[in-house]
Ligand binder design. Structure first.
Ligand SMILES: [Zn+2]
Length: 266
């Protein structure tokens, strides 16, 4: 997508995705993305401004800010996931990932020269050695494993007690998504899976993941939790699930989908 650093006029109007160290500026009243003229936004000394898309015929701008003021106005993109229509989280995910990309590619990783934003595509280019970088996207697999009327759920050290989700892991270099799913499940809980089927995907800007979801059937093995990674894991009956992720997340949607399929098949 076309994107470039802009000089704005005071009256330029649009949606403003102002990102400051991974956090977004939201309106105080409704916790939504600010809309209006540039001059109303009161952003002190923005580092970079890019056009990142359109929503309902209005331009969407990313403003990279280093403003240290008004800490109470900055929110995680997750706030939008749970409070608004999906489109706002999707746009915010894009803005946050691009902001991180721009801020972490000021200098060339190959020769150390200053990099510049390319005018016709979203990339940073070193004019000295020709090294070109695109925004980083880290593919990650989510696997929901079913055994009869049960689902395998686990709690990592990052989760609070009582909260469980499906297994997740990053894809390694040279690996297919399917290989990553089988490997991650075996590494994390010692279980073999079969009948892998793709469900869908979700960009996850913490900081630049792309979640790819799979359903699978249990094949063999007893649960053995990977040390340092999985705090506890077990088979949960669909009628008696613990606290799980919200439906707006891909993992939350997959657990409910499997629950629904199992109850209608029974
Ligand atoms: Zn270079």
């Amino acid at each position: 997508m076309k994107s470039h650093s802009l000089q704005l006029n005071h009256q330029d109007q649009g949606y403003w995705f102002v990102v400051n160290r991974g956090k977004l500026k939201l309106t105080a009243e409704s916790l939504s993305i600010p809309f209006g003229a540039w001059q109303q936004q009161q952003i002190n000394d923005p580092e970079m401004i890019c056009h990142i898309g359109e929503w309902q015929q209005q331009p969407c701008y990313l403003v990279v800010s280093n403003d240290q003021q008004q800490a109470d106005e900055w929110y995680s993109a997750r706030t939008l996931l749970e409070k608004t229509e999906p489109v706002w989280f999707e746009l915010a995910a894009r803005a946050c990932q691009l902001a991180l990309f721009l801020q972490s590619h000021r200098y060339c990783g190959q020769c150390g020269n200053k990099m510049q934003l390319v005018s016709w595509e979203l990339a940073m280019l070193c004019h000295k050695c020709g090294h070109r970088c695109y925004p980083r996207i880290s593919p990650c697999v989510l696997v929901a494993i079913k055994k009869d009327q049960q689902i395998l759920l686990a709690r990592s050290k990052r989760h609070k007690p009582g909260f469980f989700s499906i297994l997740a892991g990053f894809v390694e270099s040279g690996e297919t998504l399917e290989q990553a799913a089988a490997r991650e499940v075996y590494e994390e809980v010692g279980v073999r899976i079969q009948n892998l089927r793709y469900v869908g995907s979700q960009p996850w800007p913490f900081p630049h993941s792309l979640m790819a979801g799979f359903l699978a059937d249990y094949q063999s093995g007893d649960i053995v939790c990977q040390e340092d990674e999985i705090e506890e894991a077990g088979w949960f009956h669909f009628d008696d699930l613990p606290e799980i992720p919200p439906i707006q997340t891909l993992s939350g949607r997959m657990i409910r989908q499997l629950q629904h399929e199992t109850s209608t098949a029974a």
